[in-house]
Design a protein around this ligand. Structure first.
Ligand SMILES: Nc1ncnc2c1ncn2[C@@H]1O[C@H](COP(=O)(O)OP(=O)(O)OP(=O)(O)O)[C@@H](O)[C@H]1O
Ligand SMILES: [Mg+2]
Length: 244
């Protein structure tokens, strides 16, 4: 479903991604973790064309991401993305937030878009909040709306960039629960997250990045198995995040 091959990217002279290669099959859930600044966000932004890259190739569901301009609108409509800070439109109601991209990008009629949006709002347990504005919802609720909004576009895969890291602790689980359900329903997902409980529960693989390089890409059981068998950089990282 997602094929990255030797992807390299520079910001000026700074190499932010260094020969990143990974393959994500349909229905797989891959968790990406690593220290701050290691290139995790940049990598997944390259997957849906939010960032360009200079070398290598990325193919999503048989569409090449590298061919800038030509494939980008199609691609963005097919790859759902959820950010740390929700990115809902504050001046639009929840219903409008859910339907606007369906209308403008997919060309759906208003009624169809609203129906579809509400279906996914129901799925994330927020059907009763349809007429509110984002500012009237909690962070956890806003993030669930952002997930519903992405799903309403009927994406072939979903990318998450630290979807729970801006949330108060008591709201983290309600968002993770939605993500677990999505994973169990067979959605192809790349999740940048340090929620290792989530990774243990639903990830097929864990990718560990450091300094723009994919240091490890291995099955969940191997990743969480014998820590002493991991590369030094993974050990240091894991000992920090698993310490508490
Ligand atoms: N627009 C930009 N211009 C120049 N450098 C950038 C830009 N965006 C990111 N970088 C740099 O690229 C590196 C990787 O950034 P990125 O946001 O992908 O890291 P990350 O792994 O997602 O980190 P975090 O865990 O803090 O979100 C960092 O060193 C960052 O400072
Ligand atoms: Mg990031």
């Amino acid at each position: 479903m997602i094929d990255l091959s030797n992807v390299s990217k520079w910001y000026g002279k700074f190499k932010v991604l260094d020969q990143c290669t990974a393959r994500i099959e349909k229905g797989e859930v891959v968790v990406v973790c690593g220290p701050s600044g290691s290139g995790k966000s940049t990598l997944i932004k390259c997957v849906n064309g939010l960032e360009s890259f200079q070398q290598g190739s990325i193919v999503v569901d048989d569409v090449s991401v590298g061919v800038a301009g030509k494939n980008l609108p199609t691609l963005r409509a097919r790859v759902g993305m959820v950010f740390q800070n929700f990115e809902l439109f504050p001046h639009l109601s929840i219903t409008e937030n859910l339907s606007i991209a369906q209308i403008k990008v997919l060309g759906r009629g208003k009624e169809e878009a609203v129906d579809c949006g509400l279906k996914y709002l129901d799925r994330v347990g927020l059907r009763t909040q349809a007429d509110k504005y984002p500012g009237q919802l909690s962070g956890g609720q806003q993030q669930r709306v952002a997930i519903a909004r992405a799903l309403a576009m009927n994406p072939v895969c979903m990318l998450f960039d630290e979807p729970t890291s801006a949330l108060d602790p008591e709201m983290v689980n309600e968002v993770l629960d939605v993500m677990v359900e999505l994973a169990q329903d067979g959605m192809t997902m790349i999740c940048v997250t340090h929620e290792m409980g989530f990774a243990r529960k639903v990830a097929n693989r864990v990718i560990f990045m450091d300094g723009g390089t994919i240091i490890e890409d291995c099955g969940k059981d191997a990743f969480f198995g014998d820590i002493s068998a991991r590369p030094k950089r993974t050990q240091t990282f894991l000992s920090k995040i698993l310490a508490h």
